[in-house]
Design a protein. Structure first.
Length: 363
């Protein structure tokens, strides 16, 4: 590696851990319906003491203060440390992978940074905030439109009118939307949340900007889907096992609610659920349902949140012990597809379909 690349790594790492520090705020505040900007300072989640400059140095503060809050001495979740470190490493890895193309580095690090709270929130609460899904979708399409506007190779309008990223988004929606539909038709269960379909929309759109020049814009979609499902199949059972053990430990003295141990959250079979409604939900996703929601959210801003108000989080709802969120696996599959997807695809095509390995054959 040249000196410039080493320097770039250090800069992206420092930038990454600072962004990771902010992502910790997003992970804590966004699902609790708190404002991201108010209060303007960071505070300790247990004693609500305002944190000063020295408490906010990414990675170091956590280690130097003995993993405790400096004011109330309560232990601080190690998640804060790991989120910062992970974001820093993710930034460096993406920088090294896409490095001469700084537009892609910028778009993908931004995109990747927002995948961190999506991963953590979905894992913990089984939901993906619509604002995050909308934001990454805008980043993905924005990067493609920028490429088209500046005539970058590899960015073009499909059929002379549609940015290719929209094509990728439609592919993502179609694939993960059908999983949802099939799950409903087959077992009347919610196999996949709408949040996952929205996440697929943004990821499908982003992958278009990563394919090698001259190749089919949807080239990386199959490997992304396979890596997502594959990581789910490998890690999913372990996750279910860990969750069941945790709930057994916690819930030994608590009466188990009916249905808690059912495989997946069963959709109400009454008139609230029908094939028409399922189709409508998926179509709604294509028409930017979250954009509408977001405007509604901005118009009806919640009253100022004071520190302390967020301690009364509804923790009554507990996911079924054997349910797993799919968003985290999509994140893992997507990052893996960014890093090694092209390599795997080229290997597979050279082996199985030599003619298609020639760039430009499909498109
Ligand atoms: Zn404290």
């Amino acid at each position: 590696m040249t000196k410039e690349v080493w320097f770039g790594c250090v800069v992206t790492f420092l930038f990454g851990i600072s962004i990771g520090s902010f992502m910790n705020v997003v992970i804590w505040r966004l699902p609790r319906n708190g404002s991201l900007v108010e209060p303007q300072w960071s505070y300790c989640p247990s004693c609500h003491h305002r944190l000063m400059g020295g408490d906010l140095i990414p990675l170091l503060s956590y280690l130097l203060c003995g993993r405790k809050c400096r004011y109330c001495k309560k232990p601080i979740s190690s998640r804060y440390f790991w989120v910062e470190l992970l974001t820093g490493v993710l930034f460096v890895v993406l920088y090294l992978r896409f490095q001469p193309d700084m537009v892609n580095v910028a778009a993908l690090t931004l995109f990747g940074a927002l995948l961190v709270p999506i991963y953590c929130i979905d894992l913990e609460l089984f939901e993906i905030p619509n604002q995050l899904n909308l934001l990454i979708f805008i980043i993905a399409v924005g990067r493609d439109v920028y490429g088209i506007a500046t005539h970058q190779p590899g960015h073009a309008l499909a059929w002379n009118w549609m940015p290719q990223s929209i094509l990728g988004a439609l592919a993502g929606i179609a694939i993960f939307g059908s999983v949802r539909l099939i799950g409903w038709l087959w077992k009347r269960v919610e196999a996949m949340g709408l949040g996952d379909v929205l996440l697929a929309r943004a990821m499908g759109a982003m992958l278009v900007s990563v394919v090698p020049v001259g190749a089919n814009p949807l080239r990386l979609i199959p490997i992304w889907v396979m890596l997502s499902i594959g990581s789910g199949a490998i890690v999913g059972p372990a996750l279910i096992f860990a969750r069941q053990r945790k709930q057994n430990k916690e819930g030994a003295d608590r009466p188990v609610a009916v249905g808690v141990n059912e495989t997946i959250e069963t959709v109400d079979d009454s008139d609230s659920s029908s094939l028409g409604r399922e189709l409508r939900d998926i179509l709604y996703v294509i028409w930017l349902e979250d954009a509408v929601e977001y405007v509604r959210y901005v118009l009806s801003r919640p009253a100022t949140v004071t520190p302390g108000a967020d301690t009364e989080v509804e923790d009554a709802w507990q996911p079924a012990a054997s349910a797993i969120p799919f968003g985290p696996f999509m994140v893992v599959g997507f990052v893996a597809a960014l890093l090694v997807g092209e390599h795997l695809t080229a290997m597979y095509l050279a082996y199985a379909w030599p003619r298609a390995a020639v760039p430009g054959y499909l498109y």
